[in-house]
Design a protein around this ligand. Structure first.
Ligand SMILES: Cc1cc2nc3c(=O)[nH]c(=O)nc-3n(C[C@H](O)[C@H](O)[C@H](O)COP(=O)(O)OP(=O)(O)OC[C@H]3O[C@@H](n4cnc5c(N)ncnc54)[C@H](O)[C@@H]3O)c2cc1C
Ligand code: FES
Ligand code: FES
Length: 1258
């Protein structure tokens, strides 16, 4: 029987019929080899958590690859390196791991192995500059850090970095033969390869365990033979297999033909044309084009290469091929393929092999019409173009990197010396499945002088008339894409227009902001007091190194047990209605499916929220028992042999409904009009309204939801135990999980053990929403008496689970001529989703006036229900919305009265905090050179028509209320005096363990490496409250302090008898004297101290008026963190929180089908969060020097959430920029343009109100 041979970390492995067509390299590494250092989240090439390093054949370069995209059977001959081999506790850590850890580039750590492997792979082949390093990380997402520390860490390895003592990464290659550090001197070439060339190329067929046949072919004729023999009814040529990252694939066809090694599809020939093998990966193609671009007539290839750098990211380009990309376009004409666009723009052609002896050449448009069944794309042919031809291409994306084009365009002009158009090609992608070439415009332009205003305006008219743009949600609106298409046409001409013709004010339209972005930099300023160390010491996160090495364990890293099963939710397919029938018989017949459970199988209460508990008024159904509340509500659980099978089989469960004709209400703006959906939560009146009213500003503002996007999705492992159940949920609330399981299964809480080591990020989703997965998982384990694992897919997470509350306000602001608020009437509506359960509106109502004078405020805060999943905690819930609203009111006053935004804010500041705020504002004004930059921005905007700059300001007063109730147990071991702490907080990236270690070491006066934090469980920490609201760190700190004080008190009599003993001597003596070396403390509501965190931020941006793209130039942010326990950890929290807020206000957009309420943005493909090149190019964070926070918490203040709220400064900066553009269109700055939801590139472009009649050269 044929098998596939490859090596992992220097050890030979092989696979054959025991794997299926859906066994990815990721699954093989984690589940078959037990290498769980490689993480995953999206399973579609969009997050980078699953990165490994590969050498595909002898002599090939080292490449990063998304292991989630690669079928394990594609790995023939590969040499694969995983994070485990790169460095570990036994052999020592790799400098990339130590440097990332030292730079605080790992918070929750779930993304860290992926980042390390990406960087490692890139650095193996050649030295990179700092800029190249930044660009290379487009493959990876980190939701915690805000990227700055990751970039700082890796830039140490750049060729142009001021190098400290780091070893040259080139010298740290791992030997491909034995996996040890490379010593090339001892090897000859033949030693390098684990698998011989012959083995790589041999023809073979492997029958896979799911009935598919996997072929590896040597020659194109083999493909035809296979298809002739087996039929072409169900087959797929597998090249890079990345297309499934674009259009997800549940199942593969019957015949799979691996063509990734076919030599006839590789390489290139340069005759008259450049003929490139269609099986070249995008990376290989870029190398070829780069090389050939030095040849006469092929200089234009440089432009193609530059554009290709914007396709996907390096690891996808390392395996994805030209032909694969073109075939996606062929099969899905709406796909805005950059490859198709580029080839079409230059008039390339494709050679298709139609039979063993025939081939044909087709144009790009001809290719789309070709029936490709049984045919193979052999080559693409690039034509020679002399220097009369000018090529410009464009791609507009929602963020800087790794996003498909909203619209892309290519323009090729053949110009005579007097700039007459002799020939041209105008090509678009992303407009509609049918429209790609603007042939009428091309025809119109022929023989006309190009850089003439009249030609331009007439051409735009022709283009507007011939363009076909169709709705394609969740892609941007038709109106925006039309505007963009014309703007790109103009932008390209501005780029080509001779400077002598061009009005200097229009030059700014020619360049691309993102492509011209340089290297980013960051500065963090804080003072720490060495006399207090290790308290207040800026140390490295205690778990950082094991996180960067993939040694830190998360829920899904628990090894699988025999008989373990997997579970997934079946989801409703209507938004409203009543379930009539459920039929799982078809699903149960699917191979590998074991069981199906519904609400009827629940022995106890069908709820995952413990009604009557502190934060939960009511029950939320675990499984819909009848009345459907929202689209994609879970109603059943499929249990299967693998997670993949479970995920596929849930779609086979059929369900019918008694439906009504009611449309779901998914928008809070609509819902608030229905009195049945609205409940007043709080009404407060202004206690000191004024009557000097010169201006009244009325308005309405909405901000929308946000998906948490933690890298570890919702996941749980439950195992039957001798008492009942052991459950390992990814949860911020052990007690909530234990309690809910006990209600669900009707068993005592003391028979349920909940255990948690750490979380791979959460941002609030794992407070209560993780209960749903934990309960479903436990139900299965209990009913089947088998261990169960429930790894909720990203798509189900995004569809079935609630998010940040969207919020709407109606307001009226009355001010005098100086902008002093006389009164504000604010009606605030918080969207709870289908049920009002979590008390998040309280945080909104408490924070509604932010740092401004509350006595002027009339507030009515309402809960609103919509037909969407129950919304939930999300970093700074309630307060983020409230502060954003208050800051928006300040902007409204600023614009209405044409005042300075800082002056308006300080005029209305709350008297109690006035001095503190003024002090911080003054620092920020000075540090950011506010006044100077204001003048510079004005000058820039006066000089440029198509780029505009703006700065935005936000002030913040963030209220900290309550504590996290929890226990702390501190144990000291008499053998060596080391300390172990088990505390009730959950480590989720916020460095709660690091702070606990520092506090313990400080009080006991021992080195921090003597203190170890242990995992949590409900036996040591019963009844613990949630880790959330930024309060758990201070609760744990307080608990640790009390344990230490108690221990020291116990030790005191022994110490008194000794002569200045060492810690170890003291402990041993105490032990011998029978002193209890374990102490315990309990922190509860009686320890609550309410206080506030103040902050001020100034952000500056540049906006491309023509496209709506923007660049984040600079941020200066100051936050009052009191006397930080661990300043670098707090800086990390602030940077991460701020970046998450920037994403919320600018990039992250949830799009729903209005008719059904279906969430259309449920993947990394269509829901974008910020990446490394989206953060501020110059980021400055300052921790306020004084005053202290509450003494009880050692003077420290909370830092996990507040900075999220100051990100609202960024949309304000964008607004200032587009307001300047609007003024050029004749709209006064005092006229407010309302944007609901994020300031996406679409919203920015539309706000700029650009009139195409203004598109001119001179
Ligand atoms: C995260 C991510 C981001 C991306 N971003 C972009 C982007 O910004 N812009 C963009 O344009 N694309 C983007 N892509 C698409 C990417 O370029 C393609 O997935 C890739 O090029 C497909 O090549 P492949 O070899 O992996 O194809 P495969 O997945 O192996 O195959 C795809 C299809 O092509 C067929 N096929 C493959 N080779 C041949 C051949 N020689 N002859 C005939 N049929 C063949 C296969 O049978 C299959 O039907 C992105 C993809 C991912 C995963
Ligand atoms: S899991 Fe592979 S890229 Fe996200
Ligand atoms: S540290 Fe990057 S996702 Fe948490």
């Amino acid at each position: 029987m044929d098998r596939i041979f490859f090596s992992v970390n220097g050890v030979g492995v092989n696979v054959g019929s025991e794997v299926s067509s859906t066994t990815t390299l990721l699954v093989f590494l984690r589940d078959h080899l037990g290498l769980r250092g490689t993480k995953y989240m999206c399973l579609e090439g969009g997050c980078g958590a699953c990165m490994v390093s590969v050498i595909k054949y002898p002599g090939a370069s080292v490449e990063a690859v998304n292991s989630c995209l690669v079928s394990v059977t594609s790995c023939q001959g590969w040499e694969i390196t995983t994070i485990e081999k790169l460095g570990n506790r036994l052999t020592g850590y790799h400098p990339l791991q130590t440097t990332l850890a030292e730079n605080n580039g790992s918070q929750c750590g779930y993304c860290s192995p992926g980042f390390v492997m990406s960087m490692y792979s890139s650095l193996q082949n050649r030295k990179l500059t700092m800029l190249e390093i930044e660009k290379s990380l487009g493959s990876n997402i980190c939701r915690c850090t805000g990227y700055r520390p990751i970039l700082d860490a890796f830039k140490n390895f750049a060729s142009d970095a001021p190098k400290p003592d780091l070893p040259d990464i080139e010298d740290l290659k791992i030997c491909k033969k034995n996996g040890e550090e490379c010593n090339k001197d001892k090897c000859d070439e033949s030693d390098w390869c684990f698998v011989s060339d012959d083995e790589v190329m041999a023809y073979r067929c492997i029958p896979l365990c799911d009935g598919r046949l996997w072929y590896i072919v040597q020659d194109i004729s083999d493909i035809f033979n296979i298809l002739r023999e087996k039929g072409d009814g169900s087959y797929m040529l597998v090249a890079g297999n990345t297309a499934k990252g674009v259009y997800p694939r549940d199942e593969y066809p019957r015949i799979l033909i691996d063509i990734s090694r076919l030599r006839s599809l590789k390489g290139c020939i340069l005759d008259q044309n450049l003929v490139v093998g269609a099986g070249n990966t995008l990376t290989e193609t870029m190398q070829i084009l780069n090389n050939v671009s030095n040849q006469q007539y092929f200089g234009y290839l440089k432009i193609i290469v530059e554009h290709m750098e914007l396709i996907a990211h390096i690891p996808v380009r390392n395996i994805g091929t030209i032909a694969g990309n073109l075939m996606i376009k062929h099969n899905h004409p709406e796909f805005s393929s950059d490859i198709f666009l580029l080839l079409n723009s230059v008039g390339a052609q494709i050679i298709i092999v139609t039979s063993p002896v025939h081939s044909k050449t087709v144009s790009m448009e001809g290719f789309l019409k070709e029936n490709m069944r049984g045919k193979i794309i052999l080559n693409v042919m690039f034509p020679p173009l002399n220097n009369q031809y000018k090529l410009v291409t464009k791609k507009i994306m929602p963020r800087a990197q790794n996003a498909h084009a909203m619209v892309n365009a290519g323009f090729l002009y053949k110009l005579s010396p007097d700039n007459k158009v002799q020939d041209c090609r105008i090509v678009y992608g992303g407009l509609s499945p049918t429209f790609s070439r603007a042939t009428k415009t091309e025809k119109f332009l022929k023989n006309r002088k190009l850089f003439v205003n009249e030609t331009l305006s007439e051409a735009i008219k022709v283009l507007s008339n011939e363009m076909v743009v169709t709705e394609d949600p969740p892609n941007p609106s038709v109106a925006y894409r039309r505007q963009l298409a014309i703007a790109l046409f103009y932008k390209c001409l501005l780029y080509l227009c001779p400077p002598a013709i061009l009005n200097p004010r229009y030059v700014s339209g020619a360049t691309d902001l993102k492509q011209n972005r340089g290297v980013s930099k960051g500065r963090q300023e804080y003072v720490s007091d060495p006399s207090l160390y290790p308290l207040n010491e800026p140390i490295q996160k205690v778990d950082a190194l094991i996180q960067c090495a993939g040694e830190a364990s998360y829920t899904e890293d628990l090894p699988c047990l025999p008989h373990e099963v997997y579970a997934a939710f079946a989801l409703t397919t209507v938004p409203l209605g009543t379930i009539k029938s459920i039929d799982a018989s078809y699903a149960l017949k699917y191979p590998g499916v074991i069981a199906f459970l519904t609400a009827k199988d629940i022995p106890g209460t069908n709820s995952f929220t413990p009604a009557g508990s502190r934060f939960y008024e009511t029950n939320e159904e675990l499984l819909c028992s009848g009345e459907v509340k929202y689209f994609n509500q879970p109603f059943g659980i499929i249990v299967a042999k693998t997670q993949h099978i479970a995920n596929v089989a849930v779609k086979l469960v059929s369900i019918t409904y008694y439906t009504n004709d009611k449309l779901p209400v998914i928008d809070v703006k609509l819902a608030k009009k229905d009195p049945n959906r609205v409940t007043l939560f709080r009404s407060t009146d202004a206690t000191n309204p004024g009557n000097d009213v010169a201006t009244k500003i009325k308005g309405n503002h909405t901000i929308r939801g946000q998906y948490h996007f933690c890298l570890e999705t919702l996941v749980c492992v439950s195992r039957p135990s001798e008492e009942g159940l052991s459950t390992y949920p990814a949860s911020q609330w052990m007690d909530g999980v234990q309690w809910s399981i006990s209600r669900l299964l009707n068993i005592n809480k003391n028979r349920i053990d909940v255990k948690i080591r750490r979380l791979g990020g959460t941002f609030g989703i794992k407070i209560s929403r993780s209960n749903q997965i934990a309960l479903a998982c436990s139900l299965v384990a209990y009913k089947l008496n088998r261990p169960c694992r429930f790894i909720q897919s990203l798509r189900t997470n995004m569809r079935a689970v609630g998010k940040r509350l969207s919020c709407n306000t109606d307001f009226e602001i009355a001010v005098n001529n100086q902008g002093v608020i006389q009164f504000i009437n604010e009606d605030m509506y918080e969207d709870d989703g289908y049920i009002t359960n979590e008390p998040l509106i309280q945080f909104a109502a408490d924070s509604h006036s932010n740092c401004y004078d509350k006595s002027k405020w009339n507030l009515k805060a309402y809960n609103v229900v919509t037909d969407t999943p129950s919304n939930t905690w999300c970093r700074s819930p309630g307060s983020l919305e409230a502060i954003a609203m208050a800051e928006t009111f300040m902007e409204r006053i600023t614009y209405a009265l044409s005042l300075d935004p800082i002056d308006v804010r300080l005029t209305n500041i709350s008297p109690e905090i006035k001095n503190d705020v003024i002090e911080m504002v003054n620092i920020i004004k000075e540090k950011s050179m506010y006044t100077k930059r204001k003048a510079e921005i004005e000058k820039f905007n006066a000089e440029n028509r198509w780029k505009k700059q703006g700065k935005g300001v936000a002030l913040m007063q963030w209220l900290v209320t309550g504590v996290s109730t929890l226990d702390v147990n501190l144990s000291v071991y008499h053998g060596d005096g080391t300390v172990a702490i088990a505390h009730g907080g959950i480590e989720l990236g916020q460095a709660i363990n690091t702070k606990a270690v520092q506090i313990c070491a400080y009080f006991l006066k021992i080195p921090i490496d003597k203190v170890q934090i242990k995992a949590n469980d409900t036996t040591i920490n019963p009844n613990g409250f949630i880790t959330g609201g930024s309060t758990a760190s201070q609760s744990v700190g307080l608990g640790v302090q009390r344990c230490c004080e108690m221990l020291l008190k116990n030790l005191e009599p022994i110490r008194a008898k000794m002569d200045n003993p060492t810690w170890q001597e003291l402990i041993l003596e105490a032990f011998n004297a029978g002193v209890d070396l374990q102490t315990h403390s309990h922190v509860n509501d009686n320890d609550a101290i309410n206080y506030s965190v103040l902050g001020c931020t100034v952000a500056q941006v540049t906006v491309d008026v023509l496209t709506g793209q923007w660049e984040f130039d600079q941020v200066d942010l100051i936050e009052d963190v009191g006397q930080s326990v661990s300043p670098r950890m707090d800086i990390g929290q602030i940077e991460g929180a701020f970046t998450m807020g920037v994403g919320y206000h600018t990039i992250e957009e949830l799009v729903y089908d209005k008719a059904t309420g279906e969430n259309l943005t449920d993947r990394t493909w269509n829901y974008k969060v910020p990446q490394a090149r989206d953060i501020a190019r110059d980021s400055r964070i300052y921790l306020r020097k004084k005053p202290m926070g509450p003494n009880l918490y050692l003077g420290a203040k909370a830092t996990g959430e507040p900075a999220t709220c100051m990100a609202v400064a960024v949309p304000f900066a964008i607004r200032e920029a587009f307001t300047s553009a609007r003024q050029e269109s004749g709209i006064p700055s005092t006229e407010w343009y309302q944007i609901d939801g994020p300031y996406t590139v679409e919203n920015i472009c539309m706000a700029a109100a650009t009139d195409v009649n203004d598109f001119k050269f001179y």
